[in-house]
Design a protein around this ligand. Structure first.
Ligand code: GLN
Length: 478
């Protein structure tokens, strides 16, 4: 199959191709097979996706009305439940567990004729930035196999990067869609908290988690967002706001008001080459009539600590359900019940997950609750208030996605704190709930890509997508 540029173009091709979906699936399956060393997939639904494609081809030939994602080949992160398919959050504690229901996102994809081709590797319970913390082994960056793809949704990112599917879903609790998108040179969107149902998404930190989308162009990402967003009886945190249709024509000649945080661009951890890239974008935007203003943001150095206190606290509570009784792995040699819990969890969870459960339990313990958990909540409140103020004056915030681009496999393994600190630019959107996107724009002198992150006001994904589309069209080198 000739790789189509957008979903719309692919669907136009399908109109004249009786076996178009089937051919597309075969071509992706071949590509998956020849890219096995990347380790992007946990499981590929080979026969099933061919069957589904054949059904869709018949449906189209019979001139039945077609779904918005008719024939679109999609991969899921291994934290998103798909009925009668295995889901394990890349953890030994859930290995072999089969989902008994569909997540709402999957339900909506299927209702619009999508083809789900498989589920993708990730960091265990979505905790990490490298995809090295996985019970299935690490994922390789397809642009340079000695580099990490980023995490935690590394497999989903590589699946799109390497052309193993058209679109993939990931989850973003602190940057896990935007950061791997940045490392892989693709688009990664984290919607507003409450835009997409979390029903059937394995929880890491429930007040931060959102399903996100990887794609190659804004049009596709916008279409998938339109499909998976919206009210859900199974998740009361989803807003009943309708998403407006993204359209290339609206606002196309509009000029925007951008802000950037001065100390974010001057941060010591920021790679000089990335800084230069963002500065050149700022200059270009100004030259083209947009306004771009540097603003003060004193809370910058508090956001990573606040995130790691609150997210681990929520994780310690969420992950208490994996006790050997209700789900997955149970230690067979255990004696009494306490022994069974201890041995099951000791064996079932990996090192990073245990570190976070312990950290989260500590910050919630009665002696330290006020000092850590309450303080971090206060920081979160301040951030939300400041963010509301910023969006009274600006359409969007520009910020790097990550302080450095894809690093070598193994480079960060011994230094979890350094890895945490590299989340400095992404966790802000999760703490405040605003939507954020990473779009690929630049090539570093080390030959790997990097992009820019754009954030807009809550539930204003349409502006975010329009701005992103515009920036990609106007400033992405051919
Ligand atoms: N790097 C962040 C973390 O390890 C991102 C997690 C995520 O978004 N799932 O917590």
């Amino acid at each position: 199959m000739q790789q189509s540029k957008t979903i719309q173009q692919y669907q136009q091709q399908l109109a004249n191709d009786k076996n178009g979906c089937e051919n597309a699936v075969h071509s992706y399956l071949q590509k998956i097979e020849s890219s096995k060393q990347l380790n992007a997939f946990v499981e590929v639904y080979k026969e099933e996706s061919i069957e589904r494609a054949k059904e869709l081809d018949v449906k189209r030939t019979n001139r039945n009305s077609l779904g918005k994602l008719h024939g679109v080949v999609i991969a899921l992160k291994d934290v998103i439940c798909y009925k009668n398919h295995k889901v394990s959050a890349a953890s030994n504690i859930l290995k072999g567990f089969t989902s008994v229901y569909n997540s709402t996102a999957v339900e909506k994809l299927l209702a619009e004729d999508a083809i789900i081709i498989g589920n993708c590797n990730c960091d265990e319970f979505a905790m990490g930035s490298t995809n090295e913390n996985s019970a299935y082994g690490k994922v390789l960056n397809a642009l340079d196999e000695t580099k990490v793809p980023g995490g935690s949704s590394g497999g989903s990112a590589v699946a799109v990067q390497a052309g193993l599917c058209m679109i993939s879903l990931g989850s973003d609790t602190g940057g896990s869609v935007r950061q791997p998108a940045d490392f892989c040179g693709i688009i990664g969107l984290k919607p507003t908290y409450g835009r997409v149902s979390r029903h059937g998404l394995i929880a890491y930190a429930s007040s931060f988690d959102q399903i996100g989308i990887f794609g190659n162009n804004i049009e596709d990402v916008a279409l998938v967002l339109e499909v998976i967003s919206g009210e859900d009886d199974y998740d009361s945190t989803v807003a009943n706001k309708k998403i407006e249709k993204f359209s290339r024509s609206t606002g196309n000649n509009r000029t925007y008001k951008f802000a950037y945080f001065k100390n974010a661009l001057n941060h010591l951890s920021l790679d000089p080459e990335i800084k230069k890239g963002i500065e050149s974008l700022v200059q270009n935007l100004e030259k083209d009539g947009h306004s771009v203003k540097g603003i003060d943001f004193e809370l910058l150095d508090h956001i990573v600590p606040a995130y790691y206190v609150l997210a681990t606290a929520e994780a310690s509570s969420n992950l208490s359900r994996y006790d050997g009784v209700r789900y997955g792995y149970k230690e067979p040699s255990a004696g009494n019940v306490t022994d069974m819990y201890t041995k099951t969890r000791t064996k079932g969870f990996g090192k990073e997950v245990k570190r976070r459960i312990m950290l989260g339990t500590f910050v919630l313990s009665s002696g330290y609750y006020e000092a850590y958990f309450t303080k971090a909540q206060q920081v979160r409140r301040l951030l939300v208030d400041q963010t509301e103020k910023i969006f009274k004056d600006f359409d969007a915030i520009l910020i790097p996605t990550v302080p450095a681009n894809a690093f070598n496999i193994g480079a960060m393994e011994k230094d979890p704190v350094a890895t945490y600190l590299a989340d400095i630019y992404t966790v802000f959107a999760n703490l405040t709930g605003i939507p954020a996107i990473s779009i690929p724009l630049f090539k570093h002198i080390n030959n790997m890509p990097f992009g820019v992150q754009i954030m807009s006001d809550k539930f204003n994904e349409v502006t975010l997508l329009e701005i992103s589309d515009r920036i990609l069209n106007d400033y992405k080198p051919a």
